[in-house]
Design a binder for this molecule. Structure first.
Ligand SMILES: [Zn+2]
Length: 269
């Protein structure tokens, strides 16, 4: 499932693919990806890309005529083809002035395309929390974002209104790197732990960005993809750091993986 690194890399690819080219046609298939009320405006989008913005998992492209907000949902991707031709699960297409076609593909149809203006997307952005790529993350800013409650730290990290862009994968990875148990209440996490978490978030996102550097995105759930992560999806395997078996449990309807030794429930004072 796309998280912050996948969405940021999608933005960078789109900027590259659109460089020196213009949108000359927009094709929308009849799916829930483009809700009916937005279809007419989306299909009128034309011209060169003027700017691109991203906050959390929401991406926005501002063209000479019209703006497109893209949320990749669970399985959405942007891919480029040199010319016409069918692409599996293609749901919408930007046809460019050089004949190339940018396909929005989405097998499970949880993504969205919406015709938003810059003020409209900024309004959406305002409801999103700290963005660990766009904003400077410090112990102070992270503590403010996570709040003061007794909520489990992993649940708070995945709350898009608090920290925007982290999902199940990168929240688990950041906590492993920081040596923090996913169920630690946020109000008990020390400054020393938060300092490690700031670094852990940075490291897992940098790793995620590097993993997505190819010309076409690959998601973990896809056939043939290998799990590059340290704890995510590794329950029952030995921890890479201490060889203890990675454990998992259900937390907020998601499977959370962690190392019981590297991430003790009650750390030594
Ligand atoms: Zn371990």
């Amino acid at each position: 499932m796309p998280e912050l690194p996948e969405v940021e890399m999608a933005r960078r690819r789109l900027v590259r693919w659109l460089d020196g080219r213009e949108v000359v046609e927009v094709e929308l298939d009849d799916t829930r990806i483009a809700p009916p009320e937005g279809r007419a405006a989306l299909s009128r989008v034309r011209g060169a890309l003027r700017e691109s913005l991203r906050r959390g998992k929401l991406l926005w492209l501002g063209f000479e005529r019209g703006g497109v907000a893209s949320h990749l949902g669970m399985t959405g991707k942007w891919v480029r083809r040199e010319g016409p031709g069918a692409v599996r699960f293609s749901r919408a297409r930007l046809v460019l002035s050089d004949g190339s076609v940018l396909h929005y593909t989405d097998p499970r149809l949880f993504g969205r395309l919406e015709p938003l203006s810059r003020p409209e997307v900024e309004e959406r952005f305002s409801s999103l929390g700290l963005d660990p790529l766009a904003d400077t993350v410090t112990v102070k800013s992270l503590r403010e974002a996570l709040g003061k409650g007794k909520r489990a730290i992993k649940v708070a990290l995945m709350d898009q209104a608090r920290v925007a862009g982290l999902g199940n994968i990168h929240a688990a990875e950041a906590l492993f790197r920081a040596g923090i148990h996913p169920e630690r209440p946020v109000n008990e996490v020390t400054d020393a732990e938060l300092k490690r978490l700031v670094r852990g978030i940075r490291e897992t996102l940098d790793f995620g960005l590097a993993e997505q550097e190819g010309e076409e995105p690959v998601y973990l759930e896809e056939p043939g993809s290998e799990n590059p992560f340290q704890v995510y999806g590794r329950a029952g395997e030995p921890c890479r750091r201490c060889r203890t078996l990675i454990e998992s449990f259900r937390q907020a309807q998601r499977t959370t993986c962690y190392c019981p030794r590297c991430q003790p429930r009650s750390p030594d004072p």
